[in-house]
Design a protein around this ligand. Structure first.
Ligand code: AMP
Length: 251
């Protein structure tokens, strides 16, 4: 099977769907036998549905919020760590929320025009299909805010070994983003998996606790020592979900 055959698309109902139906020839259904299906979130505009989280940009017809990420497949081994982390940061005077859909971002959230989706996703698969799959591991705790400083994230930073591979992925994806005149990832990417978040900017308070949090991570060998094999990059474009394989040239 060629690499591009792994590129799969789960369409959802959308205002622009009718345009697609009239223009596209009927294609055979994709072979999904080697791909696990992940439920698609529907995008809601009501901040109350998202623990007060606000959109960074307004919803405009024809603009599709898009981001690519590495899905973290293990959740259970984080539970013990989360309980201990929450205890350390309990002085924050704002409720904390668990990050659902644990992932490592490899793009910022960008806005894609509807008519570019197909070309863009095909280019993304092309750009990473020769890159190696790798072992993902974490080495420390870090704190981030979003660019607007309206949210704070407590995260696990990936280890140096994983960073080498993640950098190749972001460099390849950045080249595609440039072709489409879209914003690239950070100049100096700090790859991480957010696990807890708060509304507001709590970076200073959490930074004071980083040493204590790192001590807990180092004791919790399950998360700090166990690595997971990463073979694909996921991408959401509005309510559509795509998966792109790494190392899929010969397969
Ligand atoms: P994420 O969990 O991927 O959504 O990331 C949480 C936040 O980290 C995002 O809102 C990013 O804007 C922010 N961030 C800040 N600096 C960086 C950086 N150097 N590399 C990656 N993400 C960053």
């Amino acid at each position: 099977m060629s690499g591009l055959s792994y590129l799969c698309e789960y369409g959802g109902s959308d205002e622009s769907e009718s345009e697609e139906v009239t223009k596209k020839p009927k294609l055979p259904p994709p072979d999904l036998s080697k791909i696990s299906t992940i439920p698609i979130d529907s995008h809601l505009d009501d901040p109350d549905q998202h623990n007060g989280r606000l959109r960074s940009f307004p919803h405009i017809r024809g603009n599709w919020a898009t981001y690519a990420y590495i899905q973290y497949p293990q959740y259970d081994n984080l539970n013990e760590l989360l309980v201990q982390f929450k205890e350390v940061v309990r002085t924050i005077n704002e409720p904390s929320y668990l990050c659902d859909n644990l992932h490592i971002s490899v793009t910022k959230t960008i806005v894609l025009k509807y008519h570019l989706i197909s070309e863009f996703t095909t280019s993304l698969q092309d750009s990473i299909k020769s890159l190696e799959s790798f072992e993902l591991g974490f080495q420390s705790v870090a704190v981030y805010t979003n660019e607007e400083k309206t949210r704070t994230f407590l995260a696990l930073k990936t280890d140096h070994f994983s960073k080498k591979y993640l950098l190749k992925i972001t460099e390849s994806i950045d080249a595609v983003l440039s072709e489409f005149s879209l914003p690239k990832f950070y100049e100096d990417p700090s790859f991480h998996m957010s696990i807890l978040w708060w509304n507001g900017d709590w970076k200073n308070i959490i930074s004071e606790k980083i040493e204590e949090l790192n001590g807990i991570l180092m004791k919790d060998s399950e998360v700090a020592l166990n690595t997971v094999t990463i073979k694909k990059v996921d991408c959401k474009v509005g309510n559509r979900f795509y998966q792109f394989c790494l190392d899929c040239n010969g397969g």
